[in-house]
Write a protein that binds this ligand. Structure first.
Ligand code: MG
Length: 163
């Protein structure tokens, strides 16, 4: 078994769609970034790459590379899964938390879990997404951006333990 952690943060700006966990969330502002700026998926990618000993998301998908401009982060996550699979590593489970003052994430949690599970070829119950506010404190609390942290557990072999 190998565990990894990931963290990401993106600024909220006007004129961008808000995409988290591959879900387009209705919001007057969205996250700024080179790809679709999906901070949740980026945290999961980093946790997966970390568990596999494969560096981080910036190493594999540099924000200077035009191929990744506007890229779907779910596609990047599927690529990360493939990189781990090349090393004989399979995802057991994902746990993550979104740090956002607004909008409320509860209506989108299940869809995020389904999207992430789909990109990782996992049953949806192996992916858990949570959300919290920052009680109006700090950059997240002031609505300046949205963060996410994640853990991923990998196991050697084709299949993880039975659910
Ligand atoms: Mg990012």
């Amino acid at each position: 078994m190998r565990s990894g952690i990931g963290f990401d943060f993106h600024r909220l700006v006007e004129g961008r769609p808000l995409v988290l966990g591959g879900v387009h969330i209705p919001c007057s502002r969205g996250l700024l970034g080179h790809s679709d700026a999906d901070a949740l998926i980026h945290a999961v990618c980093d946790a997966l790459l970390g568990a596999a000993g494969l560096g981080d998301i910036g190493l594999h998908f540099p924000d200077t590379d035009p191929r990744f401009q506007g890229a779907s982060s779910l596609r990047l996550l599927a690529t990360c899964r493939g990189l781990a699979a090349e090393r004989g590593l399979t995802v057991v489970n994902v746990d993550a938390v979104i740090l956002a003052e607004a909008p409320r994430m509860a209506p989108y949690r299940l869809l995020m879990q389904t999207n992430i599970a789909g990109a990782l070829d996992l049953p949806a119950d192996r992916v858990n997404i949570k959300a919290t506010t920052m009680e109006a404190c700090g950059p997240v609390g002031r609505g300046e951006g949205i963060g996410a942290m994640a853990t991923v557990l990998l196991t050697a072999g084709e299949q993880g333990p039975a659910a």
